[in-house]
Write a protein that binds this ligand. Structure first.
Ligand code: IMP
Ligand code: MG
Length: 204
């Protein structure tokens, strides 16, 4: 079961107020849901050892919190994917780190921060399947179903959210804001200013 969020009434801490317009998911809501998600995943894997394959870098905080609640034997590895898009639109996908653990005949849990258009997952899944794991289950913290381009669903979803570009708790905008302890939305002028800055840097 995933949770459809409206919006949090919690006000933005003073130190972030210039950049962050609103909080969509508070740190308490994240902590509670991730515990529940861990229980769902445990039931799904029925005590079997899993290989957790996490996509860099947006999953860092979610992954750290999720796996410390997973009471199962597990091994952990990473795949590096980077989408060289500008601003809030994803661009061409480049693999920056390959998997090192052998997943043949293993039960894999593929973890990503957010399922948006589905392009990332639909590029990563065939690569993983080619390594012949026994099963692959997918888990994402956030799901934006209204943005989907590829026909893909995650097995385990933390929160379903509306079509908003969000930052924090690992998620970035132009590699910034990953350290926010909550999931929030930036003021529109921040998106515009940073996009302008990236374009200027590229044209130098
Ligand atoms: P997809 O390939 O369009 O499904 O997008 C997946 C990737 O795009 C995620 O792993 C994120 O890195 C990035 N992304 C998509 N939506 C957001 C967002 O709202 N905030 C930050 N990153 C996002
Ligand atoms: Mg990302």
């Amino acid at each position: 079961m995933s949770v459809i969020l409206k919006s949090s009434k919690t006000s933005v801490p003073l130190r972030w107020r210039k950049e962050v317009e609103s909080i969509l998911i508070t740190d308490d809501q994240l902590a509670r849901r991730i515990k529940g998600l861990a229980r769902e995943i445990e039931r799904d894997f029925r005590g079997r050892e899993m290989v957790v394959v996490s996509l860099l870098s947006g999953t860092v905080m979610f992954l750290a919190d999720l796996i410390r609640h997973l009471n199962l034997p597990l091994r952990l590895d990473f795949i590096g994917v980077s989408s060289y898009g500008l601003g809030t639109e994803s661009g061409e996908l480049v693999f920056t780190k390959e998997l090192r653990l052998d997943v043949r005949n293993r039960d894999v849990l593929l973890v990503d921060d957010i399922l948006d258009t589905g392009k990332t997952m639909s590029r990563v899944l065939p690569k993983l399947r080619a390594l012949k794991p026994r099963t692959i289950k997918t888990c994402v913290l956030l799901d934006k179903p209204s943005r989907r381009v590829e026909n893909i669903r995650a097995h385990h979803v933390g929160f379903s959210i509306p079509d908003l570009f969000v930052v924090g708790y690992g998620l970035d905008f132009a590699e910034r804001y990953r350290n926010l302890p909550f999931v929030g939305v930036l003021h529109p002028h921040i998106y515009q200013e940073v996009s302008k800055q990236i374009c200027n840097d590229l044209n130098k």
